[in-house]
Write a protein that binds this ligand. Structure first.
Ligand code: ZN
Length: 240
């Protein structure tokens, strides 16, 4: 069943949000994407967004007519306030609060406020994000209860009926690959390996079986462990 409400996917060009984009294209009649330029150290993830969108439209004719506009919202002022390893030249380490220094306080909350304001203007009812509780990144704004509270706050504050959808919330990284296979078969898996970008250091020199990346930063580490676990299971599709 195709939902006519339409969806706005928070789309960074990473593995998780690329799977979310495919998930939304299978469910919603109209899907738009939004990315955020908050002064990332590298523009590679913003370039990966265009590559993923283009190849999805080429390889999945059923999804192509549903894939609507892409938006990039400038949030450099936010990046300047929420200084961290992702936006400044600092080592990735654990902070005294037990959070990785890659955590940008309030980032996902700010993304949802901007996304909801855009969705309101575009007439889209669902906000889709790749947040996940099970990846051990320890980001408190990726938790289910945070996002449930966010949905309530957005709907109260904007007099709206938005639904925040997080299809990866309960999945392991191996299951995220399995979901990609369920949604679009090996063609989608291959597309995500080749085009999506996860590495914090912006490394795109060598294509590994799991994709591009430095292989050692926390984001690459998660991606590699998920890929290896999924491969060890025989690359199954996720049970619907
Ligand atoms: Zn990396």
């Amino acid at each position: 069943m195709i939902d006519q409400a339409g969806a706005l996917v928070l789309f960074s060009g990473g593995q998780d949000s690329s799977v979310c984009l495919a998930w939304a294209l299978g469910r919603y009649a109209r899907v738009e994407t939004v990315g955020f330029d908050y002064g990332q150290r590298h523009s590679i993830e913003l370039e990966a967004r265009a590559a993923v969108r283009t190849r999805i439209a080429e390889r999945f004719p059923a999804w192509a007519p549903r894939l609507g506009e892409d938006h990039v919202l400038e949030m450099r002022g936010f990046g300047a306030v929420a200084h961290s390893a992702l936006t400044a030249d600092r080592a990735i380490e654990m902070t005294s609060k037990g959070l990785p220094s890659t955590f940008v306080p309030g980032r996902n909350l700010a993304f949802f406020v901007y996304a909801a304001a855009l969705a309101d203007r575009r007439g889209l009812g669902a906000l889709v994000g790749g947040m996940c509780e099970t990846d051990f990144s320890g980001y408190p704004d990726c938790r289910q209860d945070t996002l449930e509270a966010m949905q309530v706050a957005l709907n109260l504050g904007m007099a709206q009926d938005f639904v925040i959808e997080t299809p990866l919330m309960r999945l392991t990284k191996a299951e995220t690959w399995a979901l990609a296979k369920q949604l679009g078969g090996e063609a989608l898996v291959e597309l995500i390996v080749d085009e999506s970008h996860t590495c914090y250091l912006g490394e795109r020199g060598t294509l590994h079986p799991w994709g591009y990346g430095c292989g050692t930063c926390p984001a690459c580490d998660l991606r590699i462990r998920g890929w290896e676990a999924w491969t060890a299971q025989g690359r199954p599709a996720l049970r619907p």
